[in-house]
Design a protein around this ligand. Sequence first.
Ligand code: ZN
Length: 486
Amino acid sequence: MAKEKNTEKQQELSITVAREEDLSEWYTQVIVKSDLIDYSKVSGCIVYKPRSYQIWEIIQRETDKRFKEAGIQNAYFPLFIPESLLMKEAEHLEGFAPEVAWVTQTGDSELGEKLAIRPTSETIMYDSYSKWVQSWRDLPLRLNQWNNVVRWEFKHSTPFLRSREFLWNEGHTVFATKEEAVAEEKVIIGIYKEILEKYMALYGVVGRKSKNETFPGAEWTHSIECFLPTGKAIQGPDFHHDGQIFSKAFNISFLDEKGERQFAWQNTFAITTRMIGVLIMTHSDDKGLVLPPRLTYNKCVIVPLLFKGKEEAVLEQARKLKERLSSFGAVLDERVGVSPGFKFSEWEIKGMPLRLELGPRDLEQGQIVVVKRHSGEKILVPLSDAEKEVERILNKIQDEMFEKSKAYTLSNRVVCESVGDFEKALAEKKWPVVRWCGDPQCEESLKDLYGVKSNNIPLEQDKVAKGKCVFCSRDASCYAHLCKSL
Ligand SMILES: [Zn+2]
């Protein structure tokens, strides 16, 4: 009877649909059953449970550390933005207007001026900046804030990937010269790339956004795009060079060393909780969540194999092992009346990077069985070397996961020289890199014809674009990633 109940519970806990079969149902089951999120009463807004919030905490901590080393300071600006401020830069407003949530009333009385819940903070920050920046001595001004923003999208929401409220960093920097502002791109994109590669085990391609896809109010945008195993690309962190567009709209100007008034040069940049969705889509499998070891505090679980009469000896060693592995946040699963097999699959669903099995026979032979979550590989490790070996294997998992993501992306990139090449690549769910003109009208027609847009134009071009655009009669200017995006 007890066994039957266990099987039932296991069914309820395990992922019942393959990702190949039904991606969206699979994704939903993974994030719910691995205990990452809960749904809330507000559509499009989720609860980040401790197991997902810690992922964000680690991303935030590591990014923040690097920002500070680069000379960027944190500040905090209000959540509410008066309508008059939001309307100051027309193009910027136009980009966000349909998604802005407004506060119009407090208690029973209507507000004199309605307040936007920040969709992004340029306008409220730059109002302050215009007061703070007066002389060349006030520059550079490089601030960042970690906060939440609201964009009331009407497309179908997907936790992490498309939420109405999400968490992010917004960096907003001001420089005296264009050269200094532009030079910041390398530093910031370098930080984001390191976070993606070293912590999230994600490979991405750095490139420039097309005119159509450039952030509203920016002169140009660079992004890191990731290619998902669904044949779609998704935008990761980005960096916008705003030129003097906002400084002119908000009068962020200063007296230079010669006493002449100049408008400042500005940048903005962000990484968001969307990346958690990219991580899940890229690495998780039909057994559940797969997490890179550096994105979780608890990196291994010890499952003692208990046989009648030998329980005490095994448990004693298992408890000692837990202490020895405390710097990896080792968890000991001592539950009685739950079979090892049940425990194994439960920790697999939750994405525990490493499982350590210890039974009476292992004890006799002075070894532990170590199982990698992402590959299922089993390794025998001498019990006496547990600390050293666990550390080595965790680092190896981290590297293997990144290499997998990189190999997947690179092996799916296809350079296309004709419409035929491009259509074939799309049909095979590959990532086309197409000889292209970059023209906004051409991009619009691609949207209509194929439902694709440009993801980005890689900074490192596959080759020099010569001749005509693959799609129209204009001259080609680049090779661009063109596919459906999530
Ligand atoms: Zn074209």
